[in-house]
Design a protein around this ligand. Structure first.
Ligand code: F6R
Length: 612
């Protein structure tokens, strides 16, 4: 989704800004731009399309000749209001040309503000909701930028992360946030501002995260923070622990491929220090419930979106089965609006890789409002959901740059299994069973390595199906969420229409679509329900649909009569989602690669969905 970067320091601003935007490309965008200020002049370059195009436009432009422009702002835009063209791209200038701003989020009352500005003769040139905000700031300006910003923000409904500058006060940047992340990097004699840590980590590890309704004023004297009433506030400086190499794709053709191959080490990091073999339980300091607290949990509600919701469904099954606590997974956007029944005895677990997904964040707020105990399961340290939930568990999977989520899913499932184990041991699971589960969780990296070792074999299967237009994934029990996730992976990166179904559900409608060009990926692992799924796969075969059978090692006979086979290691049902999903990730990746798709940045998608 949109990305913001800002720079104030001694180096050439335009270069740092364009490089920062390149590092945020993975978030998804369709136009980009930068603005710098030098000698009282604002230079602005915008470009629909990729950063490469922006860079070419900047080279040789006024901005490039601004060798001594030491402050500026940049933006990657993922279109919401108005087409992805140059006029709608950020940064936006106000009508007087003295103020320039970048904005993430949505100004919900922009039409009202626009009409009001129009009555004062101020007309917007773009179709965006964002432009009205810079016009409003300019309108509110008397002699102080931060005062104008806070005046304008008080009139705004919606979400924003902004950075603004004006040639009227050339040594100043003002940033503010409400619902859209802003992180400030404190370097040696320089300050960086971004919506995403990846634009900052090459320059500094020291960061401050803005809270909602915070405003930061950056000048040569450093960073000063205020609330919207201008009362000074302070925010803690934290150290960002991500390694710069983790945000580069190195020898891999794509970030997605790299991240799939990182899964053994990512899972190791997610489980490190969290398994207590002696007591047969998990140590999750973010869930510091006593057995008495655990006994009082009435229900576990898991909320998330997309891949995170699919992981949550595995958690739902594990928590119910192991701990005997009623558990439900719910799409976060539904949860936030449908007035769900939530009580103080409910534990709500919000799952989000980015920790910034708007719907998941709103679900957290709704659950807190209704008094539930809320825990976050996030990857990005310091992200809004991690901070707002207050308690929770970090994945420690490292940065996930590929838009299609891979290592986050497997680490989410690993952490949910540990959560189920902890809850189960506080209730009804005997120690020896807990110990056994600890041993299987410890073996997860090795099981994933076994699947990754079959990369070439899976590639060969994938290439046979690369020309297809439709596909179905079917599974039961713990493999039902894996079928959903397998289909999601395939559709988002290959643009093949793919649907995940419970194996039994196919004949209640979708079977009408089967024909010889519609492959079925049948999850036939040796777990309870296998025979029934086999029957469903036979039904597909009888309708001429080719079947790719995913089977357990040692049980290859199950694949006889089907068209292709992918083998995954033998493990208990609750463990099976992890190695199985890795096989499906590889399958999707190779199909997409064979089709020549833009794997890391699929069309229309954003890594972090910060709007509803
Ligand atoms: C799919 C994918 C998305 C995300 C979803 C939630 O590969 O990445 O479906 O899972 O947008 O994102 P987070 O986990 O950041 O809340």
């Amino acid at each position: 989704m949109c990305g913001i970067v800002g720079y104030f320091g001694k180096r050439k601003a335009s270069e740092i800004l364009v490089d920062g935007l390149r590092r945020m490309e993975y978030r998804g965008y369709d136009s980009a731009g930068v603005a710098c200020l030098h000698d009282g002049v604002i230079g602005l370059v915008k470009n629909p399309g990729k950063i490469k195009g922006l860079r070419e436009k900047v080279d040789g432009s006024d901005l490039d000749s601004m060798q001594h422009a030491h402050l500026g702002i940049g933006h990657t835009r993922w279109a919401t209001h108005g087409a992805p063209n140059e006029v709608n791209a950020h940064p936006h200038l106000d009508a007087s040309g003295h103020f320039v701003m970048v904005h993430n989020g949505i100004i919900e009352n922009y039409k009202e503000i626009k009409a009001g500005l129009s009555q004062h003769g101020i007309e917007c040139v773009s179709e965006t909701d964002s432009e009205v905000l810079v016009q409003l700031i300019a309108y509110c300006y008397k002699d102080n930028l931060e005062k104008a910003v806070s005046e304008a923000l008080k009139k705004v409904k919606g979400t924003y992360g902004i950075v603004v500058l004006t040639d009227k006060e050339p040594g100043k940047l003002v940033a503010a946030r409400c619902g859209s992340p802003i992180v400030i990097g404190l370097g040696a004699e320089e300050t960086l501002i971004a919506s995403d840590a990846s634009a900052i980590i090459p320059h500094t590890r020291d960061a401050m995260y803005l809270e909602d309704y915070d405003m930061a004023v950056i000048t040569a004297d450093g960073v000063k923070m205020f609330d919207l009433q201008h009362a000074p506030i302070s925010r803690e400086v934290t150290e960002m622990d991500w390694d710069i190499d983790a945000a580069e794709k190195g020898e891999y053709a794509h970030f997605m491929l790299k991240e799939m191959f990182e899964q053994p080490s990512a899972i190791r990091n997610a489980i490190r220090g969290r398994l207590d073999f002696e007591m047969g339980t998990a140590i999750l300091s973010g869930l510091d419930f006593s057995p008495r607290d655990t006994a009082q949990i009435n229900r576990v509600l898991v909320v998330g979106c997309g891949t995170s919701m699919n992981a949550g469904m595995v958690g739902e099954y594990a928590i119910e089965e192991m701990a005997g606590i009623p558990a439900e997974v719910e799409q976060a956007a539904e949860f936030r609006y449908r007035n769900p029944i939530v009580t103080p005895l409910d534990l709500v677990v919000a799952i989000s890789q980015s920790g910034e997904t708007a719907d998941t964040l709103a679900a957290v707020r709704e659950a807190k409002h209704k008094g539930a105990v809320v825990a976050g399961l996030c990857n990005v340290v310091g992200s809004t959901i991690a901070r707002e939930t207050g308690r929770g568990i970090y994945l420690h999977a490292g940065p996930e740059i590929g838009v299609a989520s891979t290592k986050a899913f497997t680490c989410q499932v690993a952490v949910l299994l540990m959560m189920a184990l902890k809850l189960a041991r506080g209730r009804r699971m005997p120690r020896h069973q807990g110990e056994e589960l600890c041993r299987w969780i410890e073996r997860l990296p090795e099981l994933v390595e076994k699947v990754l070792a079959q990369n070439e074999a899976i590639k060969a299967v994938a290439e046979k199906y690369a020309d297809k237009q439709n596909a179905f994934f079917i599974g039961r029990g713990y493999l039902y969420p894996v079928a959903l996730e397998g289909a999601l992976k395939l559709k988002e990166i290959s643009y093949i229409h793919a649907e995940g179904y419970h194996a039994a559900e196919l004949k209640h409608g979708p079977i009408a679509l089967l024909e010889e060009t519609t492959p079925i990926v049948a999850l036939l692992n040796n777990i309870p329900g296998k025979e029934k799924t086999m029957g469903n796969a036979e039904e597909c075969k009888a309708r001429k649909a080719p079947v790719i059978a995913v089977v357990t090692e040692g049980d290859e006979a199950t694949a006889e009569g089907f068209d292709d086979m992918i083998v995954v290691p033998d493990c208990p049902p609750c463990i099976a989602p992890i190695p199985t999903v890795v096989a499906l990730q590889l399958l999707s990746y190779h199909i997409a690669a064979a089709r020549g798709c833009e794997i890391d940045q699929p069309r229309n998608l954003a890594k972090s969905v910060t709007v509803e």
